[in-house]
Ligand binder design. Structure first.
Ligand code: NAD
Length: 501
């Protein structure tokens, strides 16, 4: 791999790398369909051929992160996106005819779809392939050149990604720039035609600031606290068991390090014990063991792990009830036992296996001002808040920044519609978690503090496309009737036109 690095890693001269892409993007604007398809094919081949090596690199970066998780959440999602782009691109690229209002006829009009030019992509560490290659393929499909800055917290995946992309793309088509916050800051300061950022809200602000200096438009795919409402209509027994299983899956996939993971639960008051039991059972079903379980991801770094244990400790000191779901072997199989925690998150360190495989935890009624309830959690800790009326739950959500995702479980469709109509979030899945992100015909993105702009499917293609309006005048046009000098003729024609509106 070192040899590949030597050959294909360009020197880190950001302005020069940008200049090469910028010049190439202006020299050829009308990028043919065949070229775009061929570029997509190169990325597809890369994922298909080197998927296992990429998954190994992600695993090495995390400590524990199963190949299957990378396969479903990174590779499958990417291959599905490429498949859709290849199928739909011929239609999406075409000029789009629009109807012309009577007062402009017989002119005709259409929207011409053109590449923006040079797109910058800054990625996070949690799904390091999907969240760099996903924007890449949408931008390539739209005919752009792309510079990628992957996360410094997944150095092995970032290095391999760079080697693989540099082996199949010239630097003026696709280039990967590696480095930490300093490089990221300089990267965000380049005068891109569009800058696509996935990461935290705090860094998103800095990116928006740097881009504004160049009037570079941005897409900000940020995070936040995504609520999950369990409705009163979610039946005791199988209804709640099903909801708890789906919440546990959404929360514990990648050990909670997922932007759209349910951050906290809003539960009808009085159902806490029932939910605790159902959730503990679900955790046991998904992850019969925690420490040493290759299916259960570790927290990405010691710093992130320490932050999570601090959140737990603080919540406990502030009076919240913390329940660690410690796996316990029983004769009929493996079950989880819900254990009151006396030492906050420190207990998780005692479990055998990787030291950063953190025990799933429920936290009942943490105070509103605790860090657990003011910061995005991004780990396997699930706070449970209770409500008495649905209006109270809705008011709780609306009093906080608009979330990236919202989840609702129940059977009462009127209650469901009240929540859908009276809350605003980046996206919603009803009676499940996470899945709206996987639907290619749904735009994916945030709103307010969870970000702006959306991609996936046609929304992604259009994100990186200039939709240029073109009006084609007819030789039979009557526009001169409106030219000065203004007089009686103008008044008569204007009067007539106003009657047609
Ligand atoms: P982060 O904001 O710490 O880092 C993301 C990227 O920003 C990294 O590549 C980093 O090098 C770069 N960066 C750091 N300082 C910068 C600066 N001054 N200017 C420009 N770039 C800079 O985020 P993270 O910890 O990697 O990822 C976790 C966060 O990302 C969570 O908040 C999560 O919700 C969010 N996220 C959002 C989505 C989404 O699709 N909305 C997806 C995944 C993760």
């Amino acid at each position: 791999m070192q040899a590949m690095n030597d050959h294909h890693q360009p020197p880190l001269d950001l302005p020069a790398l940008f200049h090469a892409q910028h010049t190439a993007s202006r020299a050829l604007i009308d990028v043919p369909l065949a070229w775009r398809l061929e570029r997509l094919q190169r990325v597809q081949h890369l994922v298909e051929t080197h998927g296992a090596a990429l998954a190994d690199a992600v695993q090495a970066d995390f400590g524990v992160r199963s190949r299957q998780l990378t396969d479903v959440a990174d590779h499958f999602v990417l291959l599905a996106a490429i498949g859709q782009l290849k199928k739909k691109l011929p239609r999406w690229m075409k000029p789009q005819r629009v109807s012309t209002p009577l007062y402009l006829q017989p002119a005709t009009a259409h929207i011409q779809r053109q590449p923006l030019g040079v797109v910058g992509v800054i990625g996070p560490w949690n799904y390091p392939l999907q969240l760099t290659l996903g924007p890449l393929v949408a931008a390539l499909a739209a005919g752009n050149r792309v510079m990628i800055k992957p996360s410094e917290l997944t150095p092995q995946s970032s290095a391999l990604l760079a080697d693989l992309l540099h082996a199949v793309f010239p630097a003026d088509e696709v280039v990967v720039v590696q480095g930490g916050a300093d490089v990221a800051h300089d990267f965000a300061s380049l005068p891109f035609d569009h800058l696509f950022f996935t990461g935290s809200t705090a860094v998103g602000r800095k990116v928006a600031e740097a881009a504004a200096k160049n009037l570079t438009p941005t897409t900000l795919e940020l995070g936040g606290k995504s609520p999950c409402i369990v409705d009163a209509s979610c039946a005791a027994g199988s209804g709640l068991a099903d909801a708890a299983l789906k919440v546990a899956h959404g929360k514990l996939l990648n050990a909670g390090q997922t932007c759209i993971a349910p951050d906290y639960i809003l539960l009808p008051k009085g159902r806490e014990a029932e939910f605790e039991q159902a959730y503990a059972h679900s955790v046991a079903r998904l992850f019969p063991t925690i420490g040493g379980n290759p299916d259960y991801a570790s927290i990405v770094t010691d710093r992130h792990h320490a932050r999570l244990t601090d959140l737990l400790d603080e919540a406990q000191k502030l009076g919240a009830t913390v329940r660690e779901l410690v796996p316990v072997a029983v004769s009929s199989g493996i079950a989880n036992k819900s254990m009151p925690s006396s030492a906050g998150g420190q207990k998780s360190l005692k479990i055998e296996g990787h030291p950063r495989q953190m025990t799933p935890t429920l936290v009942f009624n943490p105070p509103a001002h605790s860090r657990l309830m003011t910061e995005e959690i991004f780990g396997p800790i699930l706070p449970v808040l209770t409500y008495t009326t649905l209006d109270e739950a809705i008011a709780h959500i609306n009093a906080r920044p608009r979330p990236l995702a919202l989840y609702w479980f129940g059977t009462d469709t009127a209650a469901r519609d009240r929540v859908l109509n009276r809350t605003v979030s980046g996206g919603v899945t009803v009676n499940d978690t996470l899945l709206h992100i996987a639907h290619d015909n749904l735009p994916f993105g945030g709103v307010g503090e969870s970000g702006w702009g959306a991609y996936h499917g046609e929304a992604g293609f259009l994100r990186f496309t200039q939709q240029k309006p073109v009006l084609v005048q007819s030789r039979w046009a009557m526009g001169q009737l409106f030219y000065p000098p203004y007089g009686q003729r103008f008044e008569q024609v204007m009067g007539l036109l106003k009657r047609w509106l």
